[in-house]
Design a protein around this ligand. Sequence first.
Ligand code: IVH
Length: 669
Amino acid sequence: MNKDQLKKKYNLKVKELTKHNRLYYDKSKPIITDAKYDDLKKELIDLEIKYEYLKNNNSPNLKVGFEPSKSFQKFKHKMPMLSLSNAFDENDLLNFEKKIFNYLNKKMKLSYSVEPKIDGISASLTYIDKKLKFGVSRGDGEVGELITENLKTIKDIPLEIKNKDFPNEIEIRGEVFIKKNDFFKIKDKFANPRNAASGSLRQKNPLETKKIPLNFIAYTFGYSRKYFKKCQSDFLNDLKRWGFKINNDNKILNSIDELLKFHKSFEAKRFDLDYDLDGLVYKVNDLNLQSRLGFTSNSPRWAIAHKFSADSANTKVIKIEIQVGRTGALTPVAKVEPVNIGGVVVSNATLHNEDEIKRKDIRIGDTVTIERAGDVIPHVISVDFSKRKIASKKFIFPKKCPCGYDTIKEFNKVTKKFDSVRRCPDRGFQCEKIAIEKLKHFISKEALNIDGLGKKVVEKFWDLNLLKKPQDIFFLKYDKIIELEGWGEQSVKNLKNSIENSKKVSLQRFIYSLGIRHIGIENAKLISDNMKNITNFIDLIKSKQFDSFLNIDGIGETQIKSLKNFFSNKSNTNIVIELSSLLKIESQILNGNGILKGKSFMFTGKLNGISRAEAKSLVEKNSGSTLSNVSKNLDYLVVGEKATNKKVEQAKSLGIDIISLEELKKLLD
Ligand code: IVH
């Protein structure tokens, strides 16, 4: 068979396997036996081993299960399911405690509930009148999938609780996971225990979930009507009494020293445990303190995850790819033979830049040690030179960007050195590689925030020629999209909606969304404050008088050079002009004569139906200002749900007006 014939054969088999994956994982209706399926998978893997060039992104080796079914109902969490911030060493822990003391304005001896951080997936169980009513996955933290029936198949999850003191309404949260030895039996189907748990939990057919031995360990509550206990450890004991499983290794410790000692001893025995874990969770034991400390935007102030040290593994570099980022930086990435590092299959490792490859002399074919620490992208630590083949050649870093342009290394006037990063000169949307990254930036949360148009979708639309420039977003061919795999009437409707909603955008966000190098959120705000409206901005980019920005405090030569460079390209200017006619770019009313002129506001607590950022911008749009501390300069304290008592008390003592969000809205009427 020649290369082409082999490729054809391989692709046909990939297609066949994908079909059976869908039938098995998504539709829960396999039409071939497990043995036949395994044979098919093995044939493919053998082909890949023999003819390495066949491997691509569709490789069944890289795929795990099947995407979660779209058919689950969405369920909004009453309290968001947040994540935990991480600590890696003593310093991080001391800092964590220091922040607590600062927040409480008091030093004290803290007791901690210490719990192993099982590496599974979290789930929320709402019990009403002592019966399990809703079981929900974490989802994006705000909205999850309603998977009650699937969760009900897990033997550790009680369906009904008889105890008298069990609250009438409570949401219990915990981790769904698979034990290591159970995973061993099904390891051909999933890449790691975590994927096995998540894949099986989201099967459309609960009978499929039941086939896989899942476990549940409870560890916290989301919300509760009437649960007033003093400590997390009391709560854990209650959970046990009520019939939930809790971790046998939970502990109470009373100082950072004790935490460090326990962490060390527990890390040493982590591999002897029958479940995967990636660290320990420390929670301030006092529930009253917990509620006073509350949450930052994404994690509780009263808890932290103390991670175990980085995991590493040896593998082989298959090839070195050059990726181009939004600002034109060429980043080399090692594609390595997939290797399981601490429960995660790693097949890419960043090589940072040209100098790093030179320094470590990393070559294609080398055996390397890869490290993965927390959520950081895995990277190569060292090369095992003893395993290097004599014929191996030094890696020559390309001088051209994959788009064909010559790359440059910039000279840094301050350090008087050339940058270690090689770049494709940022010509805006001209380099294909940069353009696609710019599109991803354009739709991102802080920019136009188009839900339903994630990075993967952008890539797909790009490949299908549906999307090449930002303005294409507003002329998408929905009749084509609806035909694509994974799309349906509802998802197209959602996409249309979020695109429509994104049209109304502030000047600041709009400038940021262009993805001009060195113009991040802060600088975009400075420029927008200065320009006030889009007409002024367009006049300026046409006249290219960017030097006038030197008057703006915070904007320097670097930013001006970058703006000049971006707009030296006519097509970038045209993109801005075209976008300005498609979007509704709101003017910045600053120091204007809005109704809140001269008044200052501060927010505390969760505001109903409006984010803090939005509330702030509402005040600013009406010429008011916002402060971050209660002081005598403050005019109004706007109080939402679960407001911090301390702030309210301070405001009261200074005679500051305390109002609700509704009252603020009335002021605006
Ligand atoms: S408490 C507000 N306790 O870690 C966060 N989480 O990074 C409250 N996890 O999504 C979570 N063991 O999946 C908590 N004993 C434990 C945990 C635990 C594992 C996971 C959980 C959560 C993630 C947070």
